[in-house]
Design a protein around this ligand. Sequence first.
Ligand code: MN
Length: 712
Amino acid sequence: MTTVTQLIDKVKSYDPQANAELIAGAYAFAMEAHQHQKRESGEPYFTHPVAVAMIITEMKLDTASIVTALLHDTIEDTPVTHDEIEKKFGQEIVTLVDGATKLTQIELQSINQQQAENFRKLVLAMSNDIRVLLVKLADRLHNMRTLVHVKSEEKRKRIARETMDIYAPLAGRIGVHHLKDELEDLAFIQLNPDGRASIMSRLKFLREEGEDTVGSIIQSLKKLFRENDLKVEISGREKTPYSIWLKMHRQNIGFEQLADIIAFRVLVDTIEECYQALGIVHSSYPVVPGRFKDYISTPKPNHYQSLHTAIIGPNQQRIEIQIRTFSMHEVNEYGVAAHWKYKQGARGQEGDEFRWLRGLLEILESAADPEEFLEHTKLEMYQDQVFCFTPRGDLISLPTGATPIDFAYSVHSEIGNHCVAAKINGRMVPLRTVLHNGDQVEITTSKAQAPSPTWERYAVTGKARACIRRYIRNQKRAQFIELGRSMLHKNFKQEGFDYSEKLIEKHLKDIGCASLDDLFALIGEGLKTSQDIIRKIYPEYTQKRRFEPPLPSEFVERKESGTAMSIKGLIPGMAIHYAGCCHPLPGDRIVGIVMTGRGVTVHTYDCDNVSKFADDPDRILDIAWGDQRCEESSYVGRLHIILFNKVGSLAGLTTMIGKGGGNISNLKIIHRSEEFFDLIVDVEVKDAQHLSAILAAMRSASMVSSVERSRG
Ligand code: MN
């Protein structure tokens, strides 16, 4: 294991100003924190953070990064707290360690292919500081290097898949290619051992066959440059098995010769020398057409710079040559980290090691294409999004400011419509709580729950808002349908028709509705009336008919029972009858109708039958009850009552009328449904006031749905 002295020496070798004391402190602190832990390989756990720190030194990162690497697992895996680290190492380092801890916490989720991009965005969004991401990548690299010690094959495969889908592409995106290559290859070993083995054996064959070839090509090239007075370094770099595999798959080709697996690399001091070297190569060997690329004048989006060309080289072999400066090479291998270092160097000593991020931002801002800039380098690019997990570990991407309501709708609209409560990281929270990156969100649903209009205020996603609005609109419609149906039902009954939805359905076209529900909704909203519908179905229907069947005996006048009451305004000698339709009572406002040959019939003034004589005003007599009355006389009042169809309703009704001093002289059930009795009840009372009192009592009774005096 690397000792603290070795580590510090390594850091000092590229950063003489490194804080050795702080690094030594972190080394001792982490060693103590992890002292009782072992890795799956049986090694002391502490070997892991030290190895991660060493990987970080290869990227030539600053003291804070080294310390973060040493401490990166302490908060997650040991009793060490945030406050302890802050006290001992300061604000900057505790923030970095917290960032690394958070990334570790999201790591243990399973992900599928489609979520990989979201997951990469999540990692970037959570790595506010690129050093956190680099420590995370170094951590992953060491775990991959030691993956063989993990016993469970399933776990090895899962970690390898995650590395291939998430961490290797992230390393590529920030331009740390040597990291990307190694992560990919280590994952490839786990994910496709057979594929890799076949490539490796082919590589071995080509290498053995070409062992001398590579050496002799390098020698020939060196000689060529020496003759041209150009100082260069030349190496032959073998392509990784995974990149060969990818290329074979993409282009559906095999690899036959060394040129397919080895790229020769020429490193020089200056850009001028790059083009000089290119000129020397091109004027000495035949050039393979179409293979020249100038990534110096036009760097790749991740700042990769190099000249690429292919020639028919020494030994008549086709070879690939990459020409670049030493500094470009370092940038290509170490990405943004090295970039920062060179920028810093160019500016002299003005900036200290903590200018790291500012330098990075400058690089990011200098990217030529704004879209590529966003796509490849800007760490803040996902700050307008928040990434959360379902309890199953699925990743959901939402806009910043999203709440559990948005989350629920994003999982499924039914889950949204029925959500009652939310847990974030296991804790109950109000539905309006704003979500944060990496939150695990659990939604509780209930069939009884429905979206409330206030939810719209807490929802920021279009989907949630649209679903809530649609639900509320449908809800209103459901209410209108319910209301319309009961209105229609009631009116059919009132008009004496059997209520049949089957019959109504047959007339839907005439009525101009597509469905029964549409019709009910229109009636409920008041856009159509029940009368319209009845008329459509029963063309013979006139609104005057009230009770069905209209018994002729009821329609004719009754003889006055005795001479109990005098009526004013009558022509003396005329016979008086009380109308059977409206049952006028003393106290009611009344009118008389002169019936040819039969005297005068007394109606209530608002009886529908009276209006029939509107065209014949001469027959209408203005009459009134007299002042004299006989106490013993009784009059019959007629009531239209709708009772709830429940056990004891009818008995309750008759009892109530009895208690009120009324006497039921006739009772007829005109319709009976599952819910209602529709009744006509004739009650003997003293006068209108007496009947009103009974009516009032009925209206307050629970078994009575409605009660009215019959009006004709
Ligand atoms: Mn770790």
